[in-house]
Design a binder for this molecule. Structure first.
Ligand code: FEO
Length: 399
């Protein structure tokens, strides 16, 4: 349930002052959020100085400022650390800088540019911090670690050295509202939601994610505190999950994503999916008229193959399949095995467009089945053979 006044102590002088957004149902118009989200922010109070790490989404500014005022006289707040400029974390920066007139906004060099352009902050309130630089608050030392593209070019982590708490903003995050702050107190949904978040937000920058994971591991944090979802008091579980998503072996798994108008492409997709499944491959179908593309992205994190089905519509790929292909281009999956299914009435075209995307992603098109009109039993047999061929290729690749 919503807890508007809640603050949570992570360590002496370190408090969560974030908010839960229980009823948010979409993010960036690309992710459905069945479990809402949260925007985590943290107040670190040293003997001499105090720093706020991140803020929250603008609709929650009043609630957020109320929480802060329970812990500190805002006229004595010295720093606001902006790990990331996206409005879900920085939307309340103008409000906090107004309420805390002595506070400076600290960010990466790129972050400072974004603070100017997004939030119109005067230069006199801004100070850039260098990668690996330190800030002593009096018995509490903040280290700033640049982590570009996790999720925007300006992003950075902040490490509280004495308590070994790593504040990673989006990295290691999950869209999940809970009245419990710590991962071990929250249901088993956390890792699955973190995987969906990784798929859409981090997988497009897999090299940077690997770098972010390595830098995080090297710090040996006792606590990992992202700015969405639960805080990890035992980070081993989320580290292990990220390790598998970034560098682990792909699974004997395929997704079959299709759009259909009169059922012909669906028949082909179903036959291919059944064959894959019968051949021992975990197979996840996605009817693109009903699926959430973020879920497709999550299953692409560890899938070895992707089959895309689309009828030809006005000489083109069906718009729903086009959306799925756009998502594939965005997330840049590791799968390198592909196959194409489709149907057409009088002239094709969709299959070639799917192949163009596969080529751009360096996905090998093992087979293409494009059927004129309604599939006959022989066409379904061919779809089944296509599934079998993909299964063989997956097994060979994993051997
Ligand atoms: Fe949660 Fe990239 O903002």
């Amino acid at each position: 349930m919503p807890c508007p006044g809640k603050v949570v102590q992570l360590a002496p002088g370190v408090h969560w002052v974030g908010v839960e957004d229980w009823y948010r149902r979409s993010f960036d118009a690309v992710m459905d959020l069945p479990f809402g989200s949260s925007y985590n922010a943290f107040l670190v109070q040293g003997k001499d100085k105090s720093a706020l790490i991140d803020t929250v989404h603008r609709p929650f500014c009043e609630e957020f400022l109320g929480k802060l005022r329970r812990l500190i006289d805002l006229s004595r707040l010295d720093f606001v650390v902006m790990n990331h400029a996206e409005p879900d974390h920085s939307g309340c920066i103008p409000a906090i800088l107004e309420a805390a007139p002595g506070a400076k906004l600290l960010a990466s060099e790129k972050g400072i540019e974004m603070a100017r352009s997004y939030y119109h902050i005067d230069d006199g309130r801004l100070a850039a911090v260098a990668d690996n630089s330190l800030l002593d608050l009096g018995g509490k030392t903040l280290k700033f670690i640049y982590s570009p593209w996790l999720h925007w070019p300006e992003t950075m982590f902040t490490f509280l050295a004495e308590e070994r708490i790593l504040f990673t903003c989006d990295f290691f995050g999950a869209h999940l509202a809970s009245d419990r702050l710590f991962a071990e107190e929250v249901s088993a949904l956390v890792v699955n939601e973190a995987k969906l978040y990784y798929a859409v937000i981090m997988m497009p920058y897999a090299k940077m994610a690997a770098n972010g994971l390595d830098r995080s591991l090297a710090l040996q944090p006792a606590v990992v505190a992202p700015s969405h979802g639960p805080v990890w008091r035992d980070p081993a579980e989320i580290f292990k999950a990220y390790e598998s998503w970034i560098r682990g072996k792909l699974l004997p798994k395929a997704i079959v994503a299709y759009a259909t108008m009169w059922g012909s492409t669906k028949k082909l997709a179903d036959a291919a999916a059944a064959s894959l499944s019968d051949n021992g491959i975990e197979t996840v179908p996605f009817d693109l008229a009903v699926t959430d593309l973020a879920k497709l992205a999550r299953d692409m994190v560890d899938s070895s193959a992707v089959l895309v089905g689309s009828p030809t519509v006005l000489g083109s790929v069906h718009p729903l399949a086009g959306n799925a292909l756009t998502m594939l281009k965005m997330i840049r999956p590791r799968a390198k095995i592909g196959a194409i299914l489709g149907s057409f009435g009088w002239s094709g075209g969709a299959a070639a467009q799917v192949k163009t995307v596969f080529d751009a992603l360096k996905i090998e098109t093992l087979d293409t089945l494009d059927v004129k009109g309604t599939p006959l039993p022989a066409d379904l047999d061919r779809a089944s053979e296509l599934g079998s061929k993909v299964a063989d290729s997956i097994r060979a690749g994993l051997a």
